[in-house]
Design a binder for this molecule. Structure first.
Ligand code: SFD
Ligand code: AMP
Length: 610
């Protein structure tokens, strides 16, 4: 077994949008630092932007006086039903435009008006791009900035200083191609390992099981790693349930905002702007503009519950020009090719026929219309003292920073905001190193040996148990295969934590039972078996997903209200309860005692309505 040791000043875990931003900015401020990116795939096409995107969803347009950071905070606060870290959102708002300008400088084609020279707006916050190659373009800059990009290495665990259990000291993982072990020692670590899919059972079944809207390789590592290290987590109860084109999971933003396509129920009635209906149930939240994403779902779910499905997107009425037709196809060919394939394979010409819409299974993320993730310190001068204990974007673990999906509290970052937040984390990691001059921690051979046994235990289990297998090598009384564990996880979350099959609804009794089952699954994780390195990666992805799911279910149980109707409902607390729950739910897991602690932290409004 080859053990590779890598020491660095800054270790960036995950080379997606946030990780690339972190490397770029850390290099700018730390010219001589050793900056390593460790990425489980290949940075050129890794993460949620791997396939490309057709829009940049967060661009304020400050140089043309289109929006201010205050406007942006007001928008994000409205969409999240009031629960955001305004300091973090403001910070992204004031920095995001410059990141988009960098992308353009690096070669990303942004669609522009020939008359004004301005970027063409998809909507108030979004600009259109020809973005099939978005990720390779951004990766190029990160590769130039980093001392080294170590591709195909999955991080399994964060390490802390043996003499200071609240200080980060590195990470361990393994090469997903040759199986060697990696031991990283680093003075600072930036966690940028993306969001989580396949926590909940997807709508897709059978051979399409892997098909989800958010990338299937977003395996919750950012959350699993942080939770096990003892970081505080916030908003893990909120889950993104986006409206999508059925089966191909094509996004709807460009269709609603740019192409101006309309959706109706099966009877041809429009339903998605009915504020009166919302007002009766959710009071003042019905008047937020635009209607919050979760409430748009609520309206759609209402139609479906009344038997008025399918919900139809009337592309046939909207594609009335060559420009719109091209934009419609490019939307999918740039970022969700599967939807174009659904059209081709099902003989759907969008100029002729409407397409079905659905609300998807839930995803755990920190960058779309939700804000799950680590609880991070805010920007000096803006963050109130309750949100400020250290360097900007540092978690409660000293020297551990987070950005993108990994960092909680700030929603609507999308690709550009995640990159911008990575830059903020990168700059502040350099500042932390300069101010504190931390040393690399000692690591003895015994410790490395024990991490090695932990990482490769699924091989051991497989080799010991394989002679007892039944059913053509699939079922063993001595081990659990990763896909079996994943199906178990998805079923538990789907049925007990408000997934699709429980109509996005749960209650305390259901969740307590769900937690019993989740604990049993967790007890079984040391028995995972892996026949090869690929399965070893699946085993560790499952491990991180289960930790993520623990946080999701426990947070959902703790928040006794229905804050985001349309994302999930608590049947035992069906109302929005501002008196008691206009707060953040923050958790901390202690891996030694296997105990979770919860606290309520106030939501402090620092930016007025614009
Ligand atoms: O409209 C480990 N997103 C969109 N953003 C936009 O700006 N415009 C759009 O049009 C967008 N749309 C969209 C989007 C995503 C997807 C999948 C589709 C459509 C189909 C959202 C953005 O993509 C998203 O907000 C950012 O990418 C988030 O950035 P970040 O850095 O937080 O996550 P990442 O890019 O997925 O990167 C994570 C990286 O970590 C790696 N990794 N590496 C080592 N060890 C481990 N254990 C690891 N675990 C993970 C990953 O491989 C990855 O590289 S629309 O539909 O919303
Ligand atoms: P989506 O394609 O659903 O991921 O959305 C892309 C962008 O458009 C995001 O910024 C969404 O918040 C926004 N968006 C999508 N649908 C609507 C809508 N009906 N009204 C307002 N904004 C929307």
């Amino acid at each position: 077994m080859l053990i590779k040791r890598v020491d660095s000043d800054i270790l960036i875990i995950g080379g997606g949008m946030a990780g690339c931003g972190a490397a770029y900015e850390a290099r700018k401020w730390g010219k001589n630092l050793k900056i390593i990116i460790v990425e489980k795939a290949n940075i050129d096409r890794s993460g949620a932007v791997a396939m490309g995107l057709s829009a940049i969803n967060t661009y304020l347009g400050m140089r043309w006086n289109e929006n201010t950071p205050e406007d942006y905070v007001s928008y994000v606060r409205g969409d999240l039903m009031g629960i955001i870290r305004e300091d973090l959102v403001y910070d992204i708002g004031r920095h995001v435009d410059s990141s988009v300008h960098l992308f353009e400088e690096w070669g990303l084609p942004i669609v522009k008006s020939e008359e004004t020279g301005r970027y063409t707006r998809e909507g108030r916050w979004q600009v259109l791009i020809h973005g099939e190659s978005y990720k390779p373009i951004v990766a190029e800059a990160a590769k130039k900035a980093a001392t080294e990009v170590i591709n195909r290495v999955m991080v399994t665990r964060l390490l802390k200083d043996p003499n200071d259990p609240n200080r980060i000291s590195g990470a361990v993982g393994f090469d997903v191609r040759d199986g060697s072990m990696y031991v990283f020692r680093s003075k600072a670590v930036i966690l940028a390992a993306g969001g989580a899919t396949h926590i909940f059972r997807p709508r897709s079944v059978g051979e399409g099981w892997g098909r989800t809207w958010y990338s299937p390789w977003s395996s919750g590592s950012a959350y699993g790693l942080a939770i096990e290290a003892g970081a505080k987590m916030v908003q893990m109860e909120i889950r993104l349930v986006p409206t999508r084109f059925k089966d191909g999971y094509g996004p709807v933003g460009a269709w609603f905002l740019y192409i101006k396509s309309k959706a109706t129920n099966a009877l041809g009635e429009s339903y998605d702007t009915n504020r009166e209906k919302l007002r009766k149930k959710y009071g003042k939240y019905a008047d937020v503009k635009p209607i919050p994403t979760c409430l748009r779902n609520d309206l759609m779910l209402d139609e479906i519950r009344q038997g008025k499905s399918p919900i139809l997107m009337h592309t046939e009425d909207a594609l009335d020009s060559r420009d719109k037709e091209e934009a419609g196809w490019e939307d999918f060919l740039d970022m969700t090719v599967s939807q174009a394939l659904v059209w081709a394979s099902q003989n759907i010409d969008p100029k002729e026929k409407p397409s079905e819409l659905v609300v998807t299974e839930p995803y755990i993320m920190g960058s779309h219309a939700v804000n799950a993730g680590t609880w991070v310190s805010g920007p000096p001068g803006i963050a109130p003292k309750e949100y400020s204990w250290g360097y900007n974007r540092m978690t409660v673990i000293i020297g551990l920073f987070a950005a993108g999906d990994a960092a909680g509290g700030a929603a609507h970052k999308f690709s550009s905001g995640s990159f911008a937040e990575g830059r903020i984390a990168g700059k502040n990691a350099v500042r932390y190193l300069r101010d504190n001059n931390p040393k690399l921690s000692e690591m003895d051979d015994e410790a490395i040996e024990s991490f090695k046994s932990e990482i490769f235990a699924p091989f051991e289990n497989y080799n010991l148990g394989r002679s007892f297998i039944t059913k053509k090598g699939v079922v063993s009384p001595y081990y659990l295969l990763p896909s079996q564990g994943l199906k178990r996880l998805e079923k538990i979350m789907d049925e007990y934590s408000a997934g699709v099959s429980s109509d996005y609804t749960t209650n305390a009794v259901a969740m307590r039972r769900g937690l019993e089952l989740l604990d049993m699954l967790q007890e079984d994780l040391p028995l995972l078996g892996a026949e090869d390195i690929h399965q070893l990666q699946r085993a560790w992805e499952l491990h991180h997903r289960v930790m993520t799911a623990q946080a999701v279910m426990r947070h959902t149980l703790f928040r006794e209200e229905t804050r985001w109707p349309g994302y999930y409902y608590r049947s035992d607390f069906p109302q929005i309860d501002d008196m008691n729950w206009h707060v953040f739910v923050v958790s901390k897991y202690d891996s030694k005692s296997n105990k979770w602690e919860f606290e309520k932290i106030p939501v402090i409004h620092i930016i007025g309505d614009s």
